[in-house]
Design a protein around this ligand. Structure first.
Ligand code: AMP
Length: 282
């Protein structure tokens, strides 16, 4: 496994790989890796000759300085995990090289990017789109793998790829969960013990809405009520949103279809958790 910090060295390496006709798959991450990330690597491994992972805690996508400061970092353990998952190449760029100062260029996102997370984390998706575009330009992957865990991110990246004509196939990958249903996330490490015990309620709320739909409830309002009933049973849990949305536009839907998306964001202590699922099940 080759580990490279220098963006220009990486760019040159991948130009050569593409000239040799090797297919390249990219898994962009912010490190502090877990089985969810590994599942993306495994999917990339099945479809690509060369699997590249980037580890970069992208400051410009954090709207909260504390969240950025406290974001867990564990590069050595990450590299060991990636080596045993059969990754070929890891890009570990520096802030200075990735976002040279002064930073005068930023991709602006709108539409689906302004809803849900966009309301609570202004500027977040501009930062995501900008770094993903840069990674695509540096490594030139034919395929890029993103988790459905961050469903809105997947929607925004697909939109960016389509509008900016990147020759990249975006592959969405299912959410990997802990045995108790909690979606794996690097931020879970920051949950206090009592909050970790409460955290599976987010997935339980989503399952309750799925059950209500399976039992014949087809109104958005009905499914939202089912989620709120579960979430509001937990003390000290703050709900940012619990909605049912169209899977492309992310606008609220009244008449629910199987591919409508249940989306939830909550705070437990200082940790913000998000989760989602198709109404008809994943
Ligand atoms: P992050 O390091 O949090 O930026 O995540 C990097 C990639 O891994 C993103 O495409 C995420 O959607 C994906 N990811 C994070 N958690 C999970 C999970 N539990 N299951 C599947 N993919 C995930």
């Amino acid at each position: 496994m080759q580990v490279v910090e220098d963006i220009y060295e990486a760019q040159k390496t991948f130009e050569e790989l593409r000239q040799q006709g090797r297919s390249v798959g990219l898994v962009p991450t912010m490190g502090s890796l877990h089985k969810g990330h590994v599942s993306l690597v495994e999917r990339a491994r099945l479809r690509c000759d060369v699997v590249a992972v980037s580890i970069f805690v992208n400051a410009i996508q954090f709207n909260d300085v504390n969240d950025h400061r406290q974001y867990p970092r564990s590069t050595e353990a990450d590299l060991a995990m990636l080596a045993s998952a059969g990754v070929d190449f890891v890009l570990l760029p520096t802030d200075e090289q990735m976002h040279p100062k002064p930073m005068n260029v930023l991709i602006t996102t709108s539409g689906a990017a302004e809803l849900l997370e966009g309301v609570h984390r202004p500027g977040h998706f501009d930062g995501v789109a900008t770094v993903v575009a840069k990674l695509f330009i540096i490594l030139g992957p034919g395929l890029a793998f993103f988790g459905e865990k961050d469903f809105q991110q997947l929607v925004v990246v697909r939109r960016m790829v389509s509008e900016l004509h990147f020759p990249v196939e975006v592959v969405g990958c299912p959410t990997v969960r802990e045995p108790d249903g909690l979606a794996m996330s690097s931020r879970n490490l920051r949950l206090a013990e009592a909050d970790r015990a409460k955290a599976p309620i987010v997935h339980r709320a989503i399952l309750a809405a799925r059950q209500a739909y399976a039992a014949g409830e087809t109104s958005g309002r009905g499914l939202i009520a089912a989620m709120y009933e579960i979430l509001s049973s937990v003390q000290d849990l703050v709900i940012d949103y619990a909605s049912v949305v169209d899977p492309q536009t992310l606008k609220d839907v009244d008449h629910v279809k199987p591919d409508s998306r249940l989306v939830v964001a909550v705070h437990l202590g200082s940790v913000r958790l998000i989760d989602n699922s198709a109404v008809g099940g994943d």
